[in-house]
Design a protein around this ligand. Structure first.
Ligand code: KIV
Ligand code: ZN
Length: 510
C-alpha cells in the first residue's frame, strides 16, 4: 500500500511563543521562521495577528520574506475583524491559510462563550464562509475537542465543512486525552469526515499536561489523522505542545506501522532546536528526547562497551539523522577501560601496553574528582604521563593561560594557547567577558567559527561548586559540541570552547 504523507504544521511562533518570557522581536521571529522553514515543514503558524500591532507586523513580515516556499497560517477567533486582520497579515504569502478557533466543549460553549450550542455552530460556519471570501484554504479548530460531546462535535464539523473549511483540527487543548481514547476519537471522526469530503484534511493539536502529547498525536496518526500540529522542543502553553522532533522521528522509525511519512529534513532538527532554545531563552531539559543534551550520550560502562562493539546494541537512530553531534561516550568513574582507551585513541594517543592499567587508574582518580572527564582533562592528564605518546600528526589546541577583565566600559580577555610547538597570545574586547574570551580564541584559531549555544550549569551546591559549560559551534556547516567542568566557570568556558574547536581539528584533518 502507498504510504500517505503526514503534513507537519509548526506552531512554534504562535502557541510556542505564548510561553511567558519567550516573546521575540521581529528580527528574532524572522530568524526562527527561516530556520523552521529549513526543516521543510508543510505549514507554519506564525502568530495571532489581531492580538497586537507587533504580532500583525511580524506575521506580515514573515509572510513576505519566508512565505514564498511554505504555507503560512495566522490564527484568530471566529469574528470578522480577526479574520480581516489575519487576511491582511498573510495575503502576501504564496499559500496563506486562515486558522479560526472556536470552543466546542460544554464548558467552553456555556461558560466561556455563553451561547447556546446551536448559536456556536452558526457562528463557526458563518466565520468560515466569511474567511472563504478571502482565501481558498481555511482551517477550523474545535477548541477543547477532546472534552466535547461527540455528536455535537460532529454537527459542528459537518456545518463548517459545508461552509468550506479545508482542514478540521481536533485539539486536546487542556492536555486531557489518553492515547487509546484519543486514537478512537480520531478514528470515528475520520471515518465520517472522509465520507463527507475526502479532500478535507484531519489534523490534531495536542498539549502535554500529562506528558502524553507525542503519544496522543501518534495514536491519532495511526487512526487516520493527516496532519500534526507541533512545536520545536515541545514548547507551548503550560506543559507545552507536541514536540515536532519526537513525532517526526517516531513516524520515521516506524513508517510501516503508521503507513506514513513526513517531508521533514530531519538533519535540520538539532540546529533548529538550539536556535529556538537560545532565541527564546528556554532551556531544553537534558534528557529531552531527540534534542536533549544527553539524548545521544552514554555513560554506563556496560552500555559504552556494548556500543563500541556495535552501535546498534544501544542506538536506535544515528545522531547524524537529526543533525546532532556524534554519539558521545561520557567518561566518568563508571566508564570501563574499553571506553577510556577509545577516547584516548580518538585524541591521537597511544598508551604502552604494559602501562594501560596504571594510566587507567590515574584517569579513575581524576574522574572521581571531576564527575565527568572531557578532552582537555585527558590532554592535561597525559602531559605528565611518560608512558603515553601522541601518534597523530594533528595538533590539538591547549589552554595555557587566560585573563579576563570585567568592567562596565570595556570587558577584555587575553589567552595564551598552544598547538604543538606553536604558542599564540591573543587579546580582545567584547560585549561581555565571554564574548571577549571567545573572540580572542577565535582570533588564534584563525578560521570562521559561529557560536550557536553557550550554557552554564551548576553541578553541585555551595560556594566551591563545579560549573559545567556546554557550547555548540558551527564550522563548515556542521555542529560541534564541547563541554568542560571546572570550579571557575570562566576557565570552563574557555576549555569547553577549545574542546569544540579541537573536534573540528580532528574532523577536518581526518
Ligand atoms: O490548544 C488549542 O486548542 C489551540 C488552538 C488554537 C488550536 O492552540
Ligand atoms: Zn494549543
Amino acid at each position: 500500500m502507498m504510504k500517505r504523507k503526514i503534513y507537519v504544521f509548526d506552531t512554534t511562533l504562535r502557541d510556542g511563543e505564548q510561553v511567558p518570557g519567550a516573546k521575540l522581536n521581529l528580527e528574532e521571529k524572522l530568524e526562527v521562521a527561516a530556520q523552521i522553514a529549513k526543516m521543510k515543514v508543510d505549514m507554519m503558524e506564525v502568530g495571532f495577528p489581531s492580538s497586537s500591532q507587533g504580532d500583525f507586523e511580524a506575521v506580515r513580515a514573515i509572510s513576505r520574506k519566508i512565505g514564498q516556499d511554505v504555507c503560512i497560517a495566522g490564527l484568530g477567533r471566529a469574528v470578522e475583524s480577526d479574520i480581516d486582520t489575519i487576511y491582511e497579515s498573510i495575503r502576501d504569502a504564496q499559500d496563506p491559510l486562515i486558522h479560526i478557533v472556536l470552543g466546542s466543549s460544554k464548558v467552553h460553549v456555556s461558560k466561556k462563550l455563553q451561547k447556546t450550542p446551536e448559536q456556536i455552530i452558526d457562528i463557526g460556519a458563518s466565520s468560515v464562509r466569511y474567511a472563504k471570501r478571502y482565501l481558498p484554504n481555511v482551517q477550523y479548530s474545535l477548541e477543547d475537542a477532546s472534552r466535547s460531546e461527540f455528536e455535537y462535535m460532529w454537527k459542528t464539523i459537518e456545518a463548517v465543512v459545508k461552509a468550506g473549511a479545508t482542514i478540521i483540527n481536533i485539539p486536546d487543548t487542556v492536555g486531557y486525552a489518553v492515547p487509546e481514547k484519543f486514537g478512537q476519537l480520531i478514528y470515528r471522526i475520520n471515518d465520517r469526515l472522509k465520507n463527507l469530503d475526502p479532500n478535507v484534511l484531519l489534523s490534531v493539536h495536542c498539549h502535554n499536561d500529562t506528558g502524553l502529547a507525542t503519544a496522543n498525536t501518534l495514536a491519532a496518526v495511526r487512526n487516520g489523522a493527516d496532519k500534526v500540529e507541533c512545536t520545536v522542543n515541545g514548547i507551548g502553553e503550560r506543559a507545552g505542545n507536541t514536540s515536532l522532533e519526537e513525532v517526526v522521528m517516531g513516524i520515521r522509525l516506524h513508517e510501516d506501522y503508521y503507513n506514513g511519512y513526513t517531508q521533514i529534513d530531519t538533519k535540520k532538527i538539532y540546529e533548529t532546536s538550539r536556535i529556538v532554545s537560545a532565541t527564546m531563552g528556554l532551556d531544553i531539559q537534558v534528557n529531552k528526547a531527540i534534542t536533549g543534551e544527553n539524548a545521544f550520550a552514554h555513560s554506563s560502562g556496560i552500555h559504552q562497551d556494548g556500543l563500541l562493539k556495535s552501535k546498534d546494541v544501544y542506538e536506535i537512530m544515528d545522531p547524524e539523522t537529526v543533525g546532532a553531534p556524534p554519539m558521545e561516550l561520557v567518561l566518568t568513574a563508571r566508564s570501563g577501560k574499553h571506553a577510556f582507551l577509545h577516547v584516548t585513541e580518538k585524541l591521537g594517543f597511544e598508551i604502552e601496553q604494559e602501562h594501560t592499567t596504571e594510566v587507567f587508574e590515574r584517569f579513575l582518580a581524576l574522574a572521581d574528582r571531576k564527575k565527568e572527564v572531557y578532552d582537555n582533562d585527558i590532554l592535561a592528564l597525559f602531559k605528565d604521563c611518560p608512558n603515553v605518546r601522541s601518534v597523530f600528526d594533528k595538533e590539538l589546541w591547549q589552554l595555557e593561560e587566560y585573563q579576563m577583565t570585567a568592567t562596565s566600559t570595556l570587558p577584555t580577555a587575553s589567552v595564551k594557547l598552544t598547538k604543538g610547538d606553536r604558542e599564540l597570545v591573543k587579546s580582545s574586547g567584547g560585549a561581555g567577558v565571554i564574548d571577549a574570551l571567545y573572540s580572542a580564541i577565535m582570533d588564534a584559531v584563525g578560521y570562521p567559527i559561529e557560536l550557536i549555544e553557550y550554557r552554564i550549569n551548576n553541578l553541585s551546591r555551595g560556594k566551591g561548586s563545579l560549573g559545567k559549560v556546554t557550547v555548540q559551534i558551527k564550522y563548515n556547516d556542521k555542529l560541534y559540541q564541547g563541554k568542560a567542568i571546572e570550579q571557575d566557570v570562566m576557565e570552563a568556558s574557555a576549555l569547553a570552547f577549545i574542546n569544540a574547536v579541537n573536534k573540528t581539528v580532528l574532523d577536518v584533518e581526518k
